[in-house]
Design a protein around this ligand. Structure first.
Ligand code: NAD
Length: 476
C-alpha cells in the first residue's frame, strides 16, 4: 500500500499528482511519529478525476442492476479478504484499539457493503402510477468528502449506494487518516470496478475539498464531517446548485428515566460516550438524570470511567486509544479546562495525560457532574472521552433540555417501560433515537435534524440520495 501513498487513483490507474502538489506526513496518534506521507493535491487533480468520472458515467449509468450487483459482490469479496489489513490501517491512522478497529471500524464498512447488495437486489427503480412512469436515475458524478473518525464506515456508506445507483465518483478521504482510503482504492482496483467509476484524490479542505464542492462537473456533494466545513461546502456548492448531502456534528442527549436500573444505564451510557475515544458524531455526551439521583449517577459513572484502560492502539488490553491528533487533543484539553472554570465538578479524569503516559494523544476518561445547560461543555461538541451529567426535575424539562441544542443527530432514552420510551422518542428533535442502547442497525436511516445535516444514509435511504427522480407523463 505504501507504494501508492503519494499517488492518486484516477481513471483506473495510480497516477502522480499534477504539478503543485505538496506532501503531508501521516502521524500515528499512539506515538506521535510520522509513518507515511501522502500527496496533497490541487484543483488540477480534481479536474482530472472529474473528467474521468464524467466519461465513465456515460457507460456506467447505463449498466443493469445485475451488472452493478456483480461489481458490489466483487468489492465485498476483496474487502473481506483484506479486512484485517483494513482494520490495522485504521487502527494506526486514527488510534482505535486494534481489535475494535478490525471488528467495528473495518467491520462497519463491510456491513454497509453487504447491506447495499441486499438493498439493490430488492430496490424499485421504476414504478407506474396511472399513466405516469416514475423513474429513478443516477444523479451523475458525486464528490465525496469523509472524516477520520469512522473512515471506512463513512466511505462505504457513500461508495456503496453510489455504485448501486449507477453514479461515478471522486472521493477525498480525510487527510488526517488517509491510509484506509488508499487501501480501499486498491480494493476497488482489485475488484475490477470499471475505470473512471471510482477515483480518489487526497488533499485538504482548502486545496481539494473546495475545488470539488465548486466544480461544475460534479452533480452532488456527499459530505460527512464538522458543521463548520459543511457550511463552507454548501457555500462553495451554491453557484452550481448541486445537491449537497451532509452528515455533520452532534451533541446527543441520553435521558435516563426514573424507572431504570441506574447502575446498568449509567455504565452503558459511559461506554456509549467513550467508545472510539468519544470520537463518534452520535456519541451520547449529555447524560440527563433525575435530580435526586445525580450524586448516585456521578459515582457510578466515575467507577465506570476508571475501567477504561487507556493505551496505545496496538497494545493488548487497550480499551481507550488516543484521540486522533494534536489539534484534537488541544481542543479537548481546552474544553475540559473551560468546564472546570465554569463550575462543573470533575467526577473522573481531568486535564493532562493519564499518569506515566508522556507521548501520544492520550486523554483521561473524564466525567463532569453538576453540569448546567448553559455551560460550554454542555453545548459544544467535544469529540473526546468526556461525559457531562446534567439533572432534570420532570420529564418535560428533560425533553426541553435535550432538544435545546443546535444539533439534532441522535437522542438516547433509557427506560424499563418500552411504551413510555416510544412516546418520548416522538418528542425528540433528532434523526435517530436509540431506546435502551440497541445493537447497531444498518437498515435504520442515519442522519440529522437541524445543524446535524440533511439527507439520510444507510440502506435504501442512502441509495435514494444518489438518485434523481424523473416523471414521464403519458407513459402508459
Ligand atoms: P472536518 O469537517 O474538519 O473534516 C472532514 C472532512 O472535510 C475532511 O476530509 C476535510 O479535509 C474536509 N474539509 C475540511 N474543510 C473543508 C472545506 N472548507 N471544504 C471542503 N472540505 C473540507 O471534520 P473532522 O474533524 O474530520 O471530523 C469530525 C467531525 O465530523 C465532527 O464534527 C463529527 O461530529 C463529524 N462527523 C459526523 C458524522 C455524521 O454522520 N453525522 C460522522 C462522523 C463525523
Amino acid at each position: 500500500m505504501m507504494s501508492n501513498a503519494l499517488k492518486f487513483y484516477i481513471d483506473g490507474a495510480w497516477v502522480e499528482p499534477a504539478p503543485g502538489a505538496t506532501r503531508l506526513p501521516v502521524i500515528d496518534p499512539s506515538t506521535e511519529e510520522a509513518y507515511a506521507e501522502i500527496a496533497i493535491g490541487t484543483g488540477a487533480d480534481v479536474d482530472r478525476a472529474v473528467a474521468a468520472a464524467r466519461r465513465a458515467f456515460e457507460t456506467y449509468s447505463q449498466t443493469s442492476r445485475e451488472e452493478r450487483l456483480a461489481i458490489l459482490r466483487r468489492v465485498l469479496a476483496v474487502y473481506d479478504r483484506r479486512a484485517r489489513e483494513m482494520g490495522a490501517a485504521i487502527s494506526r491512522e486514527m488510534g482505535a484499539p486494534l481489535p475494535f478497529a478490525i471488528s467495528n471500524q473495518a467491520g462497519s464498512g463491510r456491513a454497509h457493503l453487504a447491506k447495499m447488495i441486499e438493498t439493490l437486489e430488492n430496490f424499485r427503480f421504476e414504478e407506474l402510477r396511472g399513466t405516469t412512469l416514475i423513474a429513478r436515475e443516477p444523479i451523475g458524478v458525486v464528490g465525496m468528502i469523509t472524516p477520520w473518525n469512522w473512515p471506512m464506515n463513512q466511505i462505504a456508506c457513500k461508495v456503496g449506494p453510489a455504485l448501486a445507483a449507477g453514479c461515478t465518483m471522486v472521493l477525498k478521504p480525510s487527510e488526517i487518516a488517509p491510509m484506509s482510503g488508499l487501501l480501499f482504492a486498491e480494493i476497488m482496483d482489485e475488484a475490477g470496478v470499471p475505470k473512471g467509476v471510482f477515483n480518489l484524490v487526497n488533499g485538504d479542505g482548502p486545496n481539494v475539498g473546495e475545488a470539488m464542492s465548486a466544480h461544475p462537473g460534479i452533480d452532488m456533494m456527499s459530505f460527512t464531517g464538522s458543521t463548520r466545513a459543511g457550511i463552507l461546502i454548501a457555500k462553495a456548492a451554491a453557484d452550481t446548485i448541486k445537491r449537497v448531502h451532509q452528515e455533520l456534528g452532534g451533541k446527543s442527549a441520553n435521558i435516563l428515566l426514573p424507572d431504570v436500573d441506574l447502575e446498568k444505564a449509567v455504565s452503558e451510557g459511559v461506554a456509549e460516550c467513550f467508545g472510539n475515544s468519544g470520537q463518534s458524531c452520535n456519541a451520547p455526551t449529555r447524560m440527563f438524570v433525575p435530580i435526586d439521583r445525580h450524586e448516585e449517577a456521578a459515582a457510578i459513572a466515575a467507577r465506570a470511567a476508571a475501567t477504561f484502560k487507556v493505551g496505545p492502539a496496538d497494545a493488548e488490553g487497550t480499551k481507550l486509544g488516543p484521540v486522533v491528533s494534536q489539534i484534537q487533543y488541544d481542543k479537548i484539553q481546552r474544553l475540559i479546562e473551560t468546564g472546570i472554570e465554569e463550575g462543573a465538578r470533575l467526577a473522573a479524569g481531568g486535564l493532562g495525560r493519564p499518569d506515566g503516559m508522556n507521548r501520544g494523544y492520550f486523554v483521561k476518561p473524564t466525567v463532569f457532574a453538576d453540569v448546567t445547560p448553559e455551560m460550554t461543555i454542555a453545548r459544544e461538541e467535544i469529540f473526546g472521552p468526556v461525559l457531562s451529567i446534567l439533572s432534570y426535575r420532570d420529564e418535560d424539562e428533560a425533553v426541553a433540555l435535550a432538544n435545546d441544542t443546535v444539533y439534532g443527530l441522535a437522542s438516547y432514552i433509557q427506560s424499563a417501560d418500552l411504551r413510555h420510551a416510544r412516546r418520548l422518542a416522538a418528542r425528540m428533535r433528532s434523526g435517530n433515537v436509540y431506546i435502551n442502547n440497541p445493537a447497531w442497525d444498518t437498515g435504520a436511516p442515519f442522519g440529522g435534524y437541524k445543524q446535524s445535516g440533511n439527507g439520510r444514509e444507510y440502506a435504501d435511504f442512502g441509495l435514494h440520495e444518489f438518485l434523481e427522480i424523473k416523471g414521464i407523463v403519458g407513459y402508459g
